[in-house]
Design a protein around this ligand. Sequence first.
Ligand SMILES: [Mg+2]
Ligand SMILES: [Zn+2]
Length: 311
Amino acid sequence: MAFAGSWPLAAWLLAFVQGLLPVVLAPVRVSPGCVPSPPQPRYKSWHDTACGSTPILARTLTSVSRPAPIPGPNSDAGGLAVFCDFDGTFSQRDVGATLAGEYLSRARADLQKRFADGELSAWEYAVELFDGFDFGPEPLEAFLAGIELDVGARGLLSWCEERGIAFRILSDGFDYNLERLQAIHGVRFAYAANHLVFDSGRWRISPGGLNPECDCGTGTCKRAMIEAYRRDHPGAFCVHIGDGAVSDLCGARVADRVFAKGSLEESLRTQGVACEHFDDLSGVRRALEGAFPGDPPAGGPGRRASGDFRS
Ligand SMILES: [Mg+2]
Ligand SMILES: [Zn+2]
């Protein structure tokens, strides 16, 4: 999706929200010294960082679901692992935001206000917007056929595969769409995302990894995914690439190196978190190539990477 500097920051961040499913509110937890005074929004809005990363209000229910194991990067790669947002980063347009803009614009306008007011978490926003969405596989397929990959997406993917570098898409979008887009574009990648199935042509969505310990409120907490990888691969150098302050911010905060654009870059710079701007993924590949030089392993492209990174 496009960005325009004239838009208020809140509007941009809202535009990035896409999401997923039913949420059960946990009891309100208030951190010491950070007591909000009533009236309070039910949820901490994205721009409310007065209490740092400590959740003022806990949301949800299910525990964090750990991603499927990713093979560790080989020694030649220096323990590098690349985590990449999908919508607006690996793809040129944001699938959920574009769909909502075209087919759910009236509902979205109301939900964006509730989200901005802190009344809804990112995941609740997604549930309100998409659960029950009457948009079956056939029209969805036609829509997805118009979603193009970033010009550098294939190059970055190939560069990682050829060197045995762990690469994983982290998306607060939906697995169904990622599967179809892989088939449409003839690429394969490991991913973590929310879940989408159809019930009589209507969307039924569920979260891929809610994390009550994180204030992102998304269905697939990227911070949790990166931290889980680190636990399984001590010493890994984790890179996060993204464009959205809602779903990418928590992942960027725990990454060793961050490539950012859009509202993610704006938020990180506002918060004084180091990041590097990128225009497309070709620039990210060139930067990583400079930092992690080395020829592909002998035996030809993909030999050592094999198909191990498939999800
Ligand atoms: Mg994005
Ligand atoms: Zn998070």
